[in-house]
Design a protein around this ligand. Structure first.
Ligand code: GLC
Ligand code: MG
Length: 598
């Protein structure tokens, strides 16, 4: 209990205050560990840190991050207090989509290192108590994949072409694409090939870049190949896979008209899950097969040996998303509804409640995420005039986010997120409060979206800027040279790790405190009830497996608000507030706080 008289925190009960009646809403949102009693599998509670290998740490000075760089920095993750890291793709790739265009699923691109580096990374992480999740990209390969090269060399109708989706064009000379489907990155979703004899030939489907041909998942050879890839990496010791565009894979092969593609990253127009290329029922059979393989690698009765699958599926409504995490399918799915609720308590509250309800129905953990390598960083999104808006990149000609307000809100949103039972994802650099790079000149932009939309959409480069580790140094400590594959904004220097390390009130220290308290108070495996609050405010009580109660308050209003329960302030997201001396009865505007209730 916070002692107002002495201004200090002690175990003494403050008798000058009468306890405030907490008004919990009648039904708990989530009733704690669903299946294993009190023994909760690691992936139900894990905080998973996304490393974007190109931009985390560069060991050789070529301006691109690499595996040796990551290995050197792993102790930082241990100290931060996360449980696992997820690595965006490190495979052999021509890098037309930053590695999401894979030419060899069983080797490392020389830009990033070698297979031996990958082995060393996995071993070092495990020694530090960190689990390793890697990215798997099953919807498409790179056009440089040997299978696609073989398909181009082979004739229409050949088994080589059957591994991808080749069709004859429409019109008398086949010069019209087989359907009006569009690429998510802009432009048509079909491209025409030149046959071996030099004549204009068939078309192939690519829901993303022209260099990312879609596999034909009706072909058992494709199914078998991915079983092989899973085993290859499981044998090397990885703890799981983040499954890229997990809701695609199967398409309606009658190719009905659907001229609305290209919107996956701008869902306000039309939700990505709608349409004949997304979320078809057949996809679940694939993941049941994958789950069987993963389960072979786990020791029955010992959840610490579980290997996991996490779906990147931009699917709506939540009941459809829950189908991916049924007991015999994936373990987790990203909760993009949470990310997309933006800074809007009236949207966020119901999303949180619904997330628990839908996942509990299938016995899956709820996950939380606010940023990743595909979206404008939340420290910038929440500083936009409309903080629920998620633009596809921000450029120098756009309205610039309010950096201070955005960061303040980002810290608050994360404070709520890391208190919620379930598993959470943190994107590299958000623990430093990094903003989006919003002034990148067009000529340095690399996202295929920018080029395929003829610059109408700016794309995702702004959230992929190399990490600042030190305030000084030519690339803020990213690498030994001044080279960085994307330029870093000046402000990254002030936000560098060495500036924030040990600095009271810094975002890095806030994340460390949240992660430590989350563990100490066993929040992630707890049960949760919602508490009545005024508009713009959300409040919850989380009860741990041993009965320790923690109050969480998120105040998205512009005024400070009274705390709806009596408790001792544990952590407050506002940088000006020191939890050791601050009063425990209000939460400042645009802030969040945790309270010990016992
Ligand atoms: C996923 C990835 C994204 C990539 C796309 C195509 O959405 O997160 O970065 O461009 O899939 O693979
Ligand atoms: Mg390098």
């Amino acid at each position: 209990m916070y002692d107002r008289t002495s201004g200090s925190i002690g175990a003494v009960t403050d008798t000058t205050l009468s306890p405030k009646p907490v008004s919990p809403k009648p039904t708990p949102l989530h009733a704690g560990p669903p299946r294993e009693g009190s023994d909760v599998a690691w992936w139900r509670t894990a905080v998973i840190y996304q490393v974007y290998p190109r931009s985390w740490a560069d060991s050789d000075g070529d301006g691109v991050g690499d595996l040796p760089g990551i290995i050197d920095r792993l102790p930082y993750l241990r100290e931060l207090g996360v449980d696992a890291l997820w690595l965006s793709p490190f495979y052999v790739s021509p890098m037309n989509d930053a590695g999401y265009d894979v030419a060899d699923y069983e080797d490392i691109d020389p830009l990033f290192g070698t297979l031996e580096d990958a082995d060393r990374l996995i071993a070092t992480a495990h020694d530090l108590g960190l689990r390793v999740i890697i990215d798997l990209v099953p919807n498409h390969s790179s056009s440089e994949h040997p299978w696609f090269q073989a398909a181009l060399a082979a004739a229409p109708g050949s088994p080589e072409r059957e591994r991808y989706i080749f069709r004859d064009g429409l019109g008398p000379d086949g010069s019209e694409p087989p359907s009006d489907w569009l690429s998510v990155f802009g432009g048509p979703g079909w491209s025409r090939v030149t046959e071996a004899d030099g004549t204009p030939g068939q078309w192939y489907l690519h829901l993303f870049d022209v260099t990312q041909p879609d596999f034909n998942w009706h072909n058992p050879e494709v199914v078998a190949a991915f079983h092989g890839h899973l085993r290859f990496w499981l044998d090397r010791g990885v703890d799981g896979f983040r499954v890229d565009v997990a809701h695609s894979l199967f398409k309606d092969m009658t190719f009905p008209s659907w001229p609305y593609g290209g919107e996956m990253l701008v869902p306000e127009h039309i939700h990505s899950s709608t349409g004949p290329m997304w979320d078809l029922d057949e996809v679940h059979e694939v993941y049941r097969g994958w789950r069987e393989i993963l389960d072979e690698y786990a020791t029955p009765g010992d959840p610490s040996t579980d290997r996991i699958l996490c779906a990147e599926a931009w699917v709506s409504p939540p009941s459809r998303l829950a189908r991916y995490v049924r007991p015999d399918e994936m373990h987790q799915a990203f909760n993009f509804d949470f990310l997309e609720a933006g800074w809007d308590a009236e949207r966020l509250g119901p999303v949180i409640a619904d997330s628990y309800a839908r996942n509990d129905e299938v016995g899956a953990p709820t996950t939380w995420v606010l940023s990743n390598h595909d979206v404008v960083r939340h420290a910038s999104r929440f500083g936009l005039p409309d903080p629920t808006h998620r633009p596809n990149g921000i450029g120098p000609d756009d309205i610039q986010p309010d950096a201070e307000l955005g960061l303040r809100r980002a810290r608050a949103a994360t404070t709520l997120m890391l208190g919620l039972p379930g598993s959470a994802y943190v994107y590299q650099g958000e623990e430093l409060g990094l903003p989006e790079h919003t002034r990148l000149p067009g000529e340095v932009r690399q996202d295929p979206t920018y080029h395929r939309t003829h610059h109408a959409k700016l794309g995702r480069d702004g959230c992929r800027i190399p990490m600042p580790w030190t305030a000084d140094g030519p690339s803020f400590g990213f690498g030994p040279s001044g080279d960085t594959w994307l330029p870093q904004p000046e402000v990254y220097g002030e936000l560098a790790v060495d500036r924030q390390d040990g600095t009271p009130g810094s975002t890095l220290e806030l994340y460390r405190a949240l992660l430590r308290l989350r563990r100490e108070r066993d929040l992630a495996a707890g049960s949760i009830v919602e508490v009545e609050t005024p508009e713009g405010v959300l409040a919850y009580v989380v009860t741990s497996r041993s009965g320790v109660r923690t109050g969480l308050v998120l105040n998205e209003s512009a005024e400070s608000v009274p705390v709806p329960f009596d408790g001792r302030l544990l952590v407050h997201s506002a940088p000006e507030i020191d939890p050791a001396t601050a009063p425990a009865d209000v939460v400042a505007a645009d802030s969040a706080a945790w309270f010990a209730l016992d």
